[in-house]
Design a protein around this ligand. Structure first.
Ligand SMILES: NC(=O)c1ccc[n+]([C@@H]2O[C@H](COP(=O)([O-])OP(=O)(O)OC[C@H]3O[C@@H](n4cnc5c(N)ncnc54)[C@H](OP(=O)(O)O)[C@@H]3O)[C@@H](O)[C@H]2O)c1
Length: 277
C-alpha cells in the first residue's frame, strides 16, 4: 500500500521537503507520497490523532510545532529529550514515536564536507533551536570545546548551561576573534543571511583563519555572505543544504529502515540546488 508522509508547519508552503522527498522516494523506488500540510497550532492535536488512526505513516515537523508536538506522542528518542524539540514523527502501529534528526544532519554534513568534530574547537553562532542541535552534534561528536555566541547573550548562557557539559560555554562577542584564531569549526545557526544575500552575522573586522571549516545552516541563498567571505579567506565551506539533505536522509531511515548512501546525498543536493537559490 502507498505510504503517506507530509511536512506539517505553519506556514509550510515554501518548504523544500516535498521536492526533496519526491526525488528521494522516486530514486529509491519507495511507494510513498509526501506533501506540505499546513497545520495551524490549534489543529495540531487533531492532526496527530488522525496520524494515530493511520492517516500518516510519518511526518516531518517544522515551525511552530517542534516543541508543541512533544506531549502528543507516545515515545521520544533521547535526542528529542536532550534537544527539547522533535522534527520527525513515525507511526509504529497505533503508537507515535518522535525523533530529532537535526543534530545527525549537522554532524553528517560536517563529516561529508571533510570536517572532524572529534577533538575540535567549535564556535556556534546563535542560541535558538538550530544552535541547540549543533551543540549536541558537537558534544556527541567528541568536540574538545564548544563556544556559543549570540546576539542576546543570556540565551547563549542558558544554552551552555542546558547542555550540562563542561566543554560547553557562552562566549562574549568581544572575545570572538581570539577564540576563532584557535578554532577548527564555525557553525552559523542564526537566521542572519536568510533571503538576505548581503547580511553577515560577523562584524566586518573579523578575520576567519584558513584552518577553519565554516558551516552555514542558512541555505537560501545557498552561498551566503558568510560562506563567500569564508571561501575568499581560504576556509573550507559547507552550505546549509547539506544539513537539510542529511537530516532528511535520517528521517527517511526512521521511516523505511534504509540508510541512504553519500551518492544519494550528492544527487539530492544537486537536485535541490536550483530550488534553494
Ligand atoms: N540547514 C538546515 O537543515 C537547517 C535546520 C534547522 C535550521 N536551519 C536554519 O537555521 C536558522 C535558525 O533557525 P532556528 O530554528 O534556530 O531559529 P530560532 O530558534 O528562531 O533562532 C534564531 C537565532 O538567530 C538569532 N538572530 C535572529 N536575528 C538576528 C540578528 N539580526 N542578528 C543576530 N542574530 C540574530 C537569534 O538571536 P536572539 O536570541 O538574539 O534572538 C537566535 O539565536 C534558520 O535560518 C533556519 O532556516 C537550517
Amino acid at each position: 500500500m502507498t505510504k503517506r508522509f507530509a511536512v506539517i508547519g505553519s506556514p509550510v508552503k515554501h518548504s523544500l521537503s516535498p521536492t526533496l522527498f519526491g526525488f528521494l522516494f522516486a530514486e529509491s523506488g519507495t511507494d510513498a507520497t509526501y506533501i506540505a500540510h499546513e497545520v495551524a497550532p490549534e489543529a495540531l492535536s487533531d492532526c496527530i490523532a488522525a496520524m494515530r488512526k493511520g492517516e500518516w505513516d510519518g511526518l516531518s515537523v517544522t515551525v511552530p510545532h517542534k516543541l508543541a508536538v512533544r506531549p502528543l506522542v507516545d515515545e521520544e528518542d533521547s535526542l528529542v529529550i536532550r534537544i527539547g524539540a522533535a522534527n520527525t514523527l513515525a507511526r509504529r502501529g497505533d503508537r507515535i514515536a518522535a525523533y530529532n534528526t537535526d543534530a545527525a544532519g549537522c554532524a553528517r554534513a560536517l563529516a561529508h564536507g571533510g570536517a572532524t568534530l572529534q577533538g575540535a574547537n567549535v564556535v556556534i553562532l546563535g542560541a535558538g533551536g538550530a544552535a541547540r542541535s549543533a551543540v549536541f552534534a558537537a558534544l556527541d561528536g567528541g568536540a574538545k570545546s564548544i563556544r556559543i555566541v549570540n546576539r542576546t547573550a543570556d540565551k547563549a548562557q542558558a544554552l551552555a548551561q542546558a547542555a550540562g557539559d563542561a566543554r560547553c560555554a557562552a562566549l562574549d562577542a568581544t572575545s570572538l576573534q581570539g577564540v576563532l584564531n584557535d578554532s577548527d569549526i564555525l557553525i552559523q545557526s542564526t537566521t542572519v543571511g536568510m533571503s538576505a544575500p548581503d547580511s553577515s552575522p560577523l562584524a566586518a573586522d573579523i578575520v576567519l583563519p584558513r584552518r577553519l571549516t565554516v558551516h552555514d545552516m542558512v541555505y537560501r541563498p545557498l552561498e551566503t555572505a558568510l560562506l563567500a567571505r569564508a571561501a575568499a579567506q581560504g576556509c573550507r565551506v559547507i552550505d546549509g543544504l547539506w544539513m537539510l539533505v542529511f537530516q532528511a536522509l535520517k528521517q527517511f531511515e526512521y521511516w523505511t529502515g534504509v540508510r541512504a548512501s553519500d551518492e544519494t546525498a550528492l544527487a539530492l543536493h544537486a537536485h535541490l540546488r536550483g530550488a534553494a537559490t
